[in-house]
Design a protein around this ligand. Sequence first.
Ligand SMILES: C[S@@+](CC[C@H](N)C(=O)[O-])C[C@H]1O[C@@H](n2cnc3c(N)ncnc32)[C@H](O)[C@@H]1O
Length: 195
Amino acid sequence: MKQYYDRRAPEYDDWYLGRGLFADRDRPGWQEELENLEQAIARLSPARVLDVACGTGFLTRHLRGEVTGLDQSERMLEIARERVPGGVFVRGDAFALPFPDGSFERIFTAHFYGHLYPPQRAAFLREARRVADQLVVVDAAIREDVEAEEIQERVLSDGSRHEVYKRFFDAEELAEELRCGRVLFCGRWFVMVEA
Ligand SMILES: C[S@@+](CC[C@H](N)C(=O)[O-])C[C@H]1O[C@@H](n2cnc3c(N)ncnc32)[C@H](O)[C@@H]1O
């Protein structure tokens, strides 16, 4: 997953913006729902927040408070730094966060948790709970044309092919999985849960 996302960095936002390889995707209501999700993120109370696996900062920019973004990909971080000049961006591993216990009030993570296999999920949740009391997870919503769990073949503009593990979530089930979670957003494309 690491190498794939580093390579994908310059074209990553095409997925959000329906450009490039995503220009022909039929995604009814996508744009409007993305705006609603962004507004829901902006409504989270201002906090000392760490966005784990922040990517290009596409969603990070809507977080309020003292914002730090972390990603393993330097190419992703370069874009995020430009996009969110008020944030601090560091390269690091989500499974070994380079911060002392309790450094943040909230961990935010988007479209990352759903790529994790069970042992990685447990490791990530342990690490997230070590550095913050609150966790907010944004991910893909389950829909009729996808399986809850898939191995997807992804193609990049350079023609390279990559296998990616990906889950799609029912918001209530994700809340339960995260233990005592609360659904903050539930749409056709995205879910957001707080735990
Ligand atoms: C699907 S992208 C999500 C980006 C962003 N959060 C968003 O929602 O647009 C997944 C991100 O996870 C990062 N990533 C993958 N494994 C990681 C790890 N072990 N530690 C930190 N970041 C990682 C990738 O570099 C990539 O930027």
